[in-house]
Design a protein around this ligand. Structure first.
Ligand code: BGP
Length: 467
């Protein structure tokens, strides 16, 4: 390929370019072709008012029906890789036992269609969507469910592993812990620190069991996990602020990063949990299993940093225990915000994460598995041709890619960049409020797809191997 001298930030020729999505957020057809209910289907039945605009997960962006068109568009937009998730409840309507052949057919078609278009399928197994039948058995609180996950994982490897060479056990496993067991934004909406710790431990255990199953099958791909890493920046260098940031980092980053990459839990986190008498129940052999089954490849989702400071008040002794018992959040004056999502935009965060992975995690192969910007009312930016002029998204991507490029120059083993997300999708509680895609989805006109300016910009950037 001819090299363009205009390119200031050049990426390797084999860099993975693409986008990421998840089953519940894009497939739709939630009650068709034998899919079992998951916790989102169920929670929506119970409390539809919790979801933006009262819009639920039944009929999200219709990927189930329109994957062929969508994959053709991915190719047009320069993708050489695409990450999606399998819906556990579609493949196993009861979470284990009987397989739904229609799901096998669907995922086979998606994988084959991707490959036929020169796009590597990256497949994730768990993206927040516990089958309801297993939630009724305790969800991640239950060891039975951990074993069901291992069964589901090894079934997926056997069915699809001849063609899928990049596997991920979980996407952002801290989020179901936070949402379901601490902060009430996922079902089962509890605020229970002990259960949160147990769920976190079982998630890690399930990941290790899936990795073990993968290796036992002797398949020739790579397996990893996708973590949302949020660098914890202290307000100042005061020892109390530094301590606050160390604790936040232990809770939200190292809790999953250390066992996934090193096979061990951070000693300071273990000590802290012991000091508040909230260690999880660990059975004989669990820690050895986790130690023996670490990842090959790390997916990094990055949206925002976490800024913290020392607590300014003594916690209410009657209040439920939460991580914020140990630190306060800090709003840095002058920070740049995405006002629609309420998240700070701090491009250098992605560089700091990558350098940390290089220096403290043996420079394990990694890639940016999600990064993106959700914007409300994007129809404001429609031009006369009907295209959304999302220059803000292009700027957002460029700003982060510059930092990825800097990390690459400094020897970080970073292999690719995926935008969240390919086409506008259903954002859990935010439903269709904020739009993230390269491609817009017009809900009012049969989910019509229209490429945004950023989609074409991306294609050109990939062709030039940079910008
Ligand atoms: C990540 C999730 C995605 C996606 C994204 C954007 O945490 O992996 O599923 O939703 O964040 O967040 P949101 O949709 O809540 O705006």
């Amino acid at each position: 390929m001819k090299q363009d001298s205009q390119v200031q930030y050049r990426f390797p020729a084999d860099f993975w370019w693409g986008s990421a999505a998840s089953a519940t957020q894009t497939e739709g057809a939630a009650d068709r072709d034998g899919k079992g209910k998951n916790i989102w289907d169920y929670w929506y039945e119970l409390e539809p008012h919790r979801f933006h605009g009262g819009v639920g997960p039944a009929d999200t962006s219709k990927f189930y029906d329109r994957y062929e068109e969508d994959i053709r568009l991915m190719k047009e937009l320069g993708h050489n890789s695409f990450r999606f998730s399998i819906s556990w409840a579609r493949l196993f309507p009861q979470g284990h036992g009987e397989i739904n052949e229609k799901a096998v057919h669907f995922y086979n078609k998606v994988i084959d269609q991707l490959l036929a278009n020169g796009i590597q399928p990256f497949v994730n197994l768990y993206h927040f969507d516990m089958p309801l039948a297993l939630q009724e058995k305790g969800g991640w609180e239950s060891r039975f469910v951990v074993d069901c996950f291992a069964e589901y994982a090894s079934t997926a490897f056997r069915l699809f592993g001849d063609r899928v060479k990049k596997w991920f056990t979980h996407n952002e496993p801290i989020v179901p812990v936070e949402g379901g067991y601490l902060y009430n934004f996922h079902y089962p909406n509890l605020c229970d620190f002990q259960k949160a710790v147990q769920v976190g431990f079982h998630t890690i255990l399930s990941s290790a069991k899936a990795i073990k199953a993968y290796r036992e099958l002797g398949q020739d791909g790579q397996i990893g996990i996708i973590l949302n890493l949020t660098p914890s920046y202290p307000r100042s260098n005061h020892p109390a602020d530094l301590e606050a940031s160390r604790i936040a980092d232990a809770f939200f980053n190292r809790s999953f990063l250390d066992p996934s990459v090193k096979g061990t839990f951070p000693p300071d986190l273990v000590e802290l949990l012991r000091s508040v008498n909230h260690l999880p129940i660990i059975e004989e052999g669990d820690l050895e299993l986790i130690k023996a089954n670490t990842i090959d490849l790390l997916g990094i989702n990055y949206y925002q940093p976490r800024r913290v400071k020392a607590r300014e008040s003594v916690p209410n002794p009657q209040a439920p225990l939460l991580p914020e018992h140990f630190f306060d959040f800090y709003e840095m004056p002058g920070r740049k915000m995405n006002p629609y999502r309420g998240w700070e935009i701090y491009e250098k965060g992605i560089y700091d994460i990558l350098i940390n992975v290089k220096e403290n995690y043996d420079n394990i192969p990694c890639y940016i598995s999600e990064n993106g910007m959700g914007v409300e009312h994007e129809e404001r930016f429609l031009d006369e041709q009907g295209m959304i002029q999302d220059d803000y998204r292009i700027d957002f991507i460029k700003g982060h890619l510059k930092e990825v490029h800097r990390a690459l120059q400094e020897g970080v083993n970073v292999k690719g960049y995926h935008l969240w997300t390919f086409m506008d999708n259903w954002s859990w509680l935010n439903a269709y409020k904020n739009r993230y895609g390269f491609v817009s989805v017009d809900l009012a006109s049969d989910a019509k797809r229209t490429v945004k300016k950023s989609g074409y910009w991306f294609k050109e950037m990939v062709d030039k191997q940079g910008f």
